[in-house]
Write a protein that binds this ligand. Structure first.
Ligand SMILES: Nc1ncnc2c1ncn2[C@@H]1O[C@H](COP(=O)(O)OP(=O)(O)OP(=O)(O)O)[C@@H](O)[C@H]1O
Length: 428
């Protein structure tokens, strides 16, 4: 165990007591004999062991009720563990519940001082930061009103403004609480990034996989109170996405008949699965046989030239039990942060008709490739988008890994030609 790690948990468990009625809690307090008489036990976390290195940013994922908030409340000390040990070194700033640590009767400004004091700052230190905090919250004259008059958006702005404009060693944030407009959320993210660059250790409950992928060094997946995975962000979130996808497919009975793999058996002997995928999932894995991207002119393998037209080819089989009217073909190009920078699906194309046929079917997508230089991942999928949650027959994350090169160095995510001209003396 690294003694420099600011957060170390060893075999931590948390058991909540559940009472059927509020009076049962009272009865148990008044008659403490026979402790278990009035409550049931619920294990919200069990056997959690991990450590977080200094300056690491950890994204925590897991479905509702998996124990994320409980874990963070144990680390911040709001809750105490039923068993196990938790060692935290450094000043923690946390936003786990909107309104926690605020006095409803106090004004915004008074609450800034209250919160700052809870975080361990002196009055002078808070005064030095007051203007920044007020400017960041940007809630106008409401800052002079009692916080009980605030909307949840205002609350969120004030809570974030305080928590991220102080100098914590450890920042703990639940992304879901960043309610507000895109501008405010971007401001928060910029500030997180600045804190991360300064070496602050950050625990971040991510509800959007892509913010976890773009922001976190490592990811942690909690499931039913257990730590299922902890490690490389891309692989942990990919496994989590796969699980969530399967979970939603299992709970949807609409296309039960499509999840049969019988037709795959006939195809299995034909070709080995050629992909070196980060991840592959779906109800009919094996249907996709090719997924590749090429520059149309250069035809180089695994290298595309920015600005050149590119083609993605997806080759697949259509088994007899899949209705071709709901079967769609999609690709996405992800950058190394796992963010989809380009997505296209035949579902968007009203004139697309897939006819049933035997043997390999190929669908081509062509586009002018204005992506900038860098490393990219090709994802190809066979999907059904007729339900609110997309179901995948076969999803290959990593059908091809390729580079895009530019003729001369370009900046930004896109390399779109931009016309530049000068208006001298206001001439048009
Ligand atoms: N005070 C409490 N008393 C009893 N059970 C609780 C209490 N707080 C949480 N739980 C239960 O513990 C489990 C874990 O809850 P927790 O809030 O930690 O999950 P979560 O992953 O943060 O969920 P969400 O994503 O919905 O916020 C849930 O089943 C929840 O109902």
């Amino acid at each position: 165990m690294d003694s420099a790690s600011p957060i170390v948990l060893n075999n931590v468990s948390k058991v909540y007591r559940l009472y059927d009625k509020p009076t049962d809690r009272l009865k148990e307090a008044v008659f403490p004999f026979g402790n278990n008489r009035y409550h049931k036990q619920f294990s919200a976390l069990s056997g959690i062991t991990f450590e977080v290195g200094k300056g690491e940013t950890i994204g925590i994922v897991g479905k509702n009720g998996s124990g994320k908030s409980t874990l963070l409340k144990l680390i911040t000390g709001v809750l105490t563990a039923t068993s196990g040990s938790i060692a935290v070194a450094g000043r923690i700033s946390a936003i786990l519940e909107l309104g926690a640590g605020f006095n409803q009767e106090y004004t915004g400004i008074e609450n800034i001082f209250l919160n700052g004091t809870i975080l361990g700052y002196s009055r002078d230190e808070i005064e030095n930061r007051l203007d920044d905090i007020i400017a960041f919250a940007d809630i106008g004259d409401f800052i002079y009103q009692p916080v009980k008059t605030y909307s949840s958006g205002m609350f969120s702005r004030l809570a974030f403004a305080v928590a991220i404009n102080v100098d914590p060693d450890i920042l703990i944030v639940d992304e879901a609480l960043a309610v507000g407009d895109v501008k405010f959320q971007t401001k928060c993210f910029n500030r997180f990034k600045a804190l991360k660059d300064k070496g602050v250790t950050i625990l971040f409950v991510g509800h959007d996989i892509f913010s976890v992928r773009s922001f976190c060094d490592k990811a942690m997946w909690l499931h039913e109170g257990e730590l299922l995975r902890y490690g490389d962000t891309l692989s942990v979130t990919a496994e989590y996405m796969q699980f969530m996808n399967q979970d939603s497919q299992q709970s949807s009975d609409k296309h039960d008949d499509l999840t049969k793999n019988a037709s795959i058996e006939a195809l299995e002997a034909e070709v080995e699965i050629p992909f070196d995928a980060i991840n592959r999932w779906g109800s009919n894995i094996g249907l996709i046989r090719t997924g590749l991207i090429r520059g149309i002119k250069s035809e180089l393998s695994n290298v595309l030239i920015s600005g050149e037209r590119a083609r993605v080819t997806v080759g697949f089989h259509i088994p007899p039990d899949i209705d071709t009217s709901i079967l769609h073909i999609a690709f996405s190009i992800k950058n190394t942060l796992g963010i989809d920078v380009l997505v296209s699906t035949t579902y968007e194309n009203e004139s697309f008709r897939l006819e049933r046929r035997n043997g390999l079917v190929e669908v081509n997508f062509e586009f002018d490739n204005y992506l900038n230089q860098g490393d990219y991942i090709l994802v190809v999928a066979l999907e059904d988008r007729t339900n609110p949650v997309t179901e995948y027959f076969d999803y290959v994350e990593g059908a091809q890994y390729f580079k895009i090169v530019t003729k001369k160095k370009a900046y930004g995510v896109l390399n779109i030609p931009v016309v530049q001209y000068l208006n001298a003396n206001g001439e048009k």
